[in-house]
Ligand binder design. Structure first.
Ligand SMILES: Nc1ncnc2c1ncn2[C@@H]1O[C@H](COP(=O)(O)OP(=O)(O)OP(=O)(O)O)[C@@H](O)[C@H]1O
Ligand SMILES: [Mg+2]
Length: 166
């Protein structure tokens, strides 16, 4: 199967079609490899219920070498993964009552260099999240998913370029 490669729609945006679950997971793994790993990187994962956000995170973590089960932190809201010199924080804010609660969850203490932050349901944490580098928006489209990616920082712009390379 071919790798899902982004089609550039402008300097700061691109689109990719993901026909099935495997394509979503592969795209997640490509995101991991697009990250240089030095700076903190924040990726917001937008999309309705069942759009494929967790599938993408699972693919990313597998690409990063995580074994065992990867479940969305529906109740704990934040799941940290230690990966050698790097860290991944998976946030699922679906059940966040108020953005202020992120403070109590200790998000700020978890942030730092060499940390990749993936946020499902980011709109629930609006105002309390660190500035994003990339927005990945997944939409149901027929049997598959159509995905828009927007770069929101120079780091995000570099990652977008890498994702658009075949
Ligand atoms: N590209 C795709 N094409 C078709 N089905 C997909 C695709 N990507 C993921 N799926 C399927 O969509 C379903 C929902 O996926 P997932 O749980 O990742 O969604 P989610 O966005 O995290 O949902 P939630 O909002 O509930 O957290 C799963 O059954 C998954 O296999
Ligand atoms: Mg999910």
């Amino acid at each position: 199967m071919s790798e899902p490669v982004l089609t550039r729609g402008g300097v700061d945006e691109g689109m990719v079609w993901l026909p099935d679950e495997t394509a979503t997971a592969r795209f997640g793994a490509r995101l991991w490899h697009a990250w240089e790993g030095e700076q903190q990187c924040v990726i917001l994962l937008e999309g309705d219920l069942g759009a494929g956000k967790t599938t993408l995170v699972r693919g990313l973590l597998r690409g990063a070498g995580v074994q065992g089960s990867v479940r969305s932190p529906t109740y704990t809201l934040i799941e940290p993964y230690a990966l050698g010199a790097w860290r991944v924080l998976h946030l699922d804010l679906y059940r966040l009552g108020d953005p202020g609660e992120l403070e109590f969850l200790g998000l700020r203490d978890e942030l730092g260099p060499a940390t990749l932050v993936l946020v499902e349901w980011p709109q629930r944490g609006r105002g309390a999240l660190p500035d994003e580098d990339l927005i990945v928006h997944l939409d149901h489209a027929g049997e598959g998913r159509s995905v828009g990616v927007s770069a929101r920082s120079p780091q995000g712009g570099t990652m977008l370029q890498v994702l658009a390379r075949g």
